[in-house]
Design a binder for this molecule. Structure first.
Ligand code: HAM
Length: 415
C-alpha cells in the first residue's frame, strides 16, 4: 500500500461537503465587503519567498530545482504572490485593490493536530489605501468571517509591530537583524532572544525593556498609554473599529507574527479550544512591494487557517448537515429501466440533484441504496404507472407514497 506523504490529508465526500459549505460562507462574506477573488500559482520562483525572509526560510518550505534548473518553491503563504501579481499586472488598477484568495499552502513543519504540511488558507489583502481605516477594514472582514462561520469562543488581539521594531532600532539592533529576534519573541522564546540581543550590544536593561513591551496586554484603556506614532495610529484604528461595531478587541503588544514583512498594525484571532495551535487567523500591514522591485505601497491583510478554524468548529460541536440529493430514480423492473434514465436526465435538466440505479439492482435492493444516498425522495418507475403518464414518489423520511403525473414531477420533488 502506498501511503500519503506526512502532513497531508485526504478528504472524503462528507468532509468535502463540509469544507465547501464553510468555504462558501467565507466567499460570501468577502464579496459582501467588496473584495474580489484572485488565484496565483501554487509554485513560484523560490526567490519570491527568500527575498524578504532570507535564505534560511528554505529550511521551512518545499523548494526544489525543476528540470530546467530553476529554483522553485511550493508557496508557504499567498501574500507574497499577491504582491508579485500586483506589481506584474495591477499597478494601474483603481485603488484600493481589495482581493481575496483560497487555496493550498505548504510548509515543511512537524505535523501535529492543527498543523499540516499541506493546509489551506482563506486570505485577503488590501493594497494602496494608506490609512488606519484600511487596517480596520481588514480586521472587520476577519471578524465578520469568524462570526459568519459561527465560532463561539475566540479572542481577537491587536498590536503594532512598529513599537518593537522602533525599540530595537533605538537599542542599536540593525534592521536586518530584527527579524530573527522578533521571531523568537513571537514564540516567547526569551532565552533565545536574549543572547541575540546581547550579540548586538544591547545591555540588560534594554533587553528587559524589550521583553516588557511584549508583555503589555489588556483592554482599550491601554490606548492612552501607548506613545509615539504607533500609539497615535492605534488610537485612530480603534475609533474605526468602534464605528464598525467591533469592540471585543484586546490590545497585545506581544503580537509579533512569524513572518518577517510586517511593519505596522498586526492582529491575530485565537480559538482557545484548540490548545497549542490555537491561532486561526493572523495578519497585519506589511512592506513587500519595494522588496520585489515595485513602488512603495501600503498593504494590509490576513489569512484564516481554514483547516484550523474548521477544527475549532468541530471542537465546539457545530452540527453540519450535508446537502441531500433531491431524488433517487429506480425502475421496478427491466422493462422500465431505460425510462428511468430518461426521467433522471429530465429532472437533472430541470435543476434537481438526482441519482439513478447503475447496478441493475432488484427493486428492494435499489430502495435500500436510495436510503443510503440520503435522497429525500425515491422515484419509482413502474410500467403500470407509466401507462398513465405517472410515477410513484416515496418520501424517504415518512415512507409516504403518492402517484405524481410526469409533467408535475420536478415540482412535486422540490416542494
Ligand atoms: P500566518 O500566520 O503564517 O500568516 O498563517 C495564517 C494562518 O494559517 C495561521 O494563523 C494558521 O491558522 C494557519 N496556518 C499556518 N501554518 C499552518 C500549518 N502548518 N497547518 C495549518 N494551518 C496553518 C500568513 O500566512 C500571512 N500571509 C497572512 C497575511 C496576509 N498577512 C498579511 N496578509
Amino acid at each position: 500500500m502506498i501511503q500519503r506523504p506526512r502532513g497531508t490529508r485526504d478528504f472524503l465526500p462528507e468532509e468535502m461537503e463540509r469544507r465547501r459549505h464553510y468555504e462558501q460562507i467565507l466567499r460570501q462574506v468577502a464579496c459582501s465587503h467588496g473584495f474580489r477573488e484572485v488565484s496565483t500559482p501554487i509554485f513560484e520562483n523560490t526567490e519570491l519567498f527568500t527575498a524578504k525572509s532570507g535564505p534560511n526560510i528554505v529550511e521551512e518550505i518545499y523548494s526544489f530545482e525543476d528540470k530546467g534548473g530553476r529554483e522553485i518553491a511550493l508557496r508557504p503563504e499567498v501574500t507574497a504572490s499577491v504582491i508579485r501579481m500586483f506589481i506584474n499586472e495591477m499597478t494601474s488598477a483603481p485603488r484600493p485593490l481589495k482581493l481575496f484568495y483560497f487555496g493550498q499552502c505548504f510548509r515543511y513543519e512537524r505535523p501535529q493536530s492543527g498543523r499540516y504540511r499541506e493546509f489551506y488558507q482563506f486570505g485577503a489583502e488590501i493594497i494602496g489605501a494608506p490609512n488606519a481605516e484600511t487596517d480596520a477594514e481588514a480586521i472587520a472582514l476577519a471578524a465578520a468571517m469568524v462570526e459568519a462561520l459561527g465560532l463561539r469562543e475566540y479572542d481577537l488581539k491587536v498590536g503594532h509591530i512598529g513599537i518593537l521594531r522602533g525599540q530595537l532600532a533605538e537599542l542599536g539592533v540593525p534592521a536586518d537583524a530584527a527579524g530573527e529576534i522578533l521571531q523568537k519573541l513571537d514564540k516567547k522564546l526569551y532565552d533565545e532572544a536574549a543572547p541575540l540581543l546581547r550579540s548586538h550590544g544591547v545591555q540588560e536593561d534594554g533587553i528587559e525593556s524589550v521583553f516588557a513591551t511584549t508583555q503589555v496586554a489588556g483592554g482599550k484603556e491601554l490606548l492612552s498609554e501607548i506613545g509615539g506614532e504607533p500609539g497615535r495610529y492605534l488610537n485612530e484604528l480603534f475609533r474605526f473599529l468602534d464605528a464598525y461595531g467591533i469592540d471585543d478587541v484586546a490590545i497585545d503588544l506581544g503580537t509579533v507574527r512569524g513572518l518577517d514583512y510586517y511593519t505596522g498594525v498586526v492582529f491575530e484571532v485565537e480559538a482557545p479550544c484548540l490548545g497549542a495551535e490555537k491561532q486561526v487567523c493572523g495578519g497585519g500591514s506589511y512592506t513587500l512591494s519595494e522588496v520585489f522591485g515595485g513602488e512603495p505601497v501600503f498593504s494590509t491583510g490576513f489569512a484564516i487557517g481554514f483547516d484550523r478554524i474548521l477544527l475549532a468548529l468541530e471542537r465546539e460541536e457545530h452540527a453540519f448537515d450535508g446537502k441531500k440529493l433531491d431524488a433517487y430514480v429506480l425502475p421496478t423492473g427491466e422493462e422500465t429501466r431505460e425510462e428511468s434514465f430518461r426521467i433522471a436526465a429530465r429532472l437533472r435538466r430541470e435543476g434537481l440533484s438526482v441519482d439513478v440505479d447503475l447496478m441493475r439492482r432488484k427493486m428492494s435492493k435499489a430502495m435500500k441504496q436510495a436510503a443510503a444516498t440520503g435522497a429525500r425522495f425515491a422515484v419509482i418507475v413502474g410500467s403500470k404507472d407509466l401507462a398513465e403518464g405517472a410515477v410513484t414518489i416515496r418520501d424517504m423520511d415518512s415512507g409516504e407514497q403518492s402517484l405524481v403525473p410526469l409533467e408535475g414531477l420536478a415540482k412535486a420533488l422540490s416542494a
